[in-house]
Design a binder for this molecule. Structure first.
Ligand code: FAD
Length: 333
């Protein structure tokens, strides 16, 4: 284990809540459970989708020029301030114990921890195009709702050949002046209905593969365009890569949580999975893949865990079983 902050009490290994994954979803759950007074640890490998952000869009109160890593660092400092234990490590397995408390054993590459509740916020990995590539955030983009705005009046490409690529290309017409789909020598796998639809839109479909890319003359950090194997040269402001999502759902599947057909983990409105005590939040679950959405899911899961774990209020049955009601009645006499 390489601990980011665990220096004072190296022996502490049991928690009420263990969050796996330190993106916006997991960080928010950990902030809530910590501030709702539950001993919480967050175990994060590092990287992830938020760390890929060059700028941060659509997050009220966060300036656009804040990078993903700066955003995450601020969040980690908030957690440290309230006393969350942060570990930089990779969780290899989560198993059931036979104990009533500490129902889960969480194994990392080098340590074992115990928890009453486990939250999975392990996200997904974007399928990447083969080189040549512009830099992510500087002509290569993965998040339409985050970056579509910057394509207003510009020329855009969508790299890919599946249903998602065709639909993102059509949606991008709401922003960009021109949109090309770059098949890169692959046959489209979209349906015949989608084929008819996309060809009826003002989207150009380029079959030839890319041979090389060139940079923007005014800003060498940005993409200028691509040269294709058929000799064509096309200028682009930038575009989106659509090569699918590889969901990091191994831990959820290992625990027996229901996994949806697309690889997301099935959850209820509070992030509860189909397995008692196991929650999932953020991009790992169905819905829009956005920071405010991941944070909202993280918050709801945090509050729901608090409602499960908190001691008070007790039910009348519990209080009667403890004899406190009789004691109070006796005092009144
Ligand atoms: C290039 C790019 C730009 C984007 N820009 C924006 C934007 O401007 N605004 C916006 O709202 N959204 C943006 N998004 C989307 C946003 O980043 C995601 O919706 C958000 O990060 C999801 O948060 P998360 O916590 O679910 O997952 P992630 O941020 O992906 O974090 C998951 C974390 O879990 C860790 N992990 C996975 N498995 C394990 C394991 N077994 N053990 C330990 N750790 C593990 C990963 O290492 C990672 O740190 C962008 C996405 C991309 C790719």
């Amino acid at each position: 284990m390489s601990s980011e902050t665990q220096t004072e009490d190296e022996s502490a290994d049991s928690y009420e809540v263990i969050v796996v994954g330190g993106g916006p979803g997991g960080l928010t759950t950990a902030l809530y459970t910590t501030r709702l007074n539950h001993e919480t640890a967050l175990i994060n490998r590092g990287g992830g989708r938020a760390a890929m952000m060059v700028d941060t869009h659509n997050v009220i109160g966060v300036p656009e020029e804040v990078s993903g890593n700066e955003f995450l660092q601020t969040a980690k400092e908030q957690l440290e301030h309230y006393g969350t234990d942060l570990y930089q490590d990779f969780v290899t397995e989560v198993e059931f114990t036979d104990q009533e408390e500490h129902r889960f054993e969480v194994s990392t590459t080098s340590e074992t921890y115990y928890a009453d509740s486990v939250v999975l916020s392990t996200g997904f990995t974007d399928g990447r195009p083969e080189p040549p590539l512009p830099r992510t955030g500087r002509g290569l983009h993965y998040c339409l709702h985050c970056d579509g705005y910057m394509f207003r009046g510009e020329s855009a490409y969508v790299m890919g050949h599946d249903e998602g690529a065709a639909h993102v290309a059509m949606i991008l017409l709401n922003f960009a002046d021109s949109v090309d789909i770059l098949l890169r020598g692959e046959e489209p796998t979209w349906s015949s209905e989608t084929d008819e639809l996309v060809r009826a839109h003002p989207v150009e479909i380029i079959e030839s593969d890319i041979e090389s890319m060139f940079k923007d003359e005014d800003d060498p950090e940005w993409l200028g365009g691509f040269e294709f194997e058929n000799g064509e040269r096309r200028e682009y402001f930038g575009g989106f890569a659509m090569y699918g999502s590889d969901y990091n759902n191994d831990l959820a599947a290992g625990l027996g949580c229901e996994i949806n057909d697309d690889g997301t983990v099935a959850v209820d409105d509070d992030g509860k999975t189909t397995v008692d005590g196991v929650y999932a939040v953020g991009d790992l679950t169905p819905g829009n893949n956005q920071i405010p959405v991941a944070m909202g899911k993280g918050a709801k899961a945090g509050i729901s865990i608090h409602m499960e774990l908190r001691t008070y209020p007790k039910s009348l049955d519990e209080l009667e079983a403890e004899g406190e009601i009789e004691a109070a009645a006796a005092d009144d006499d």
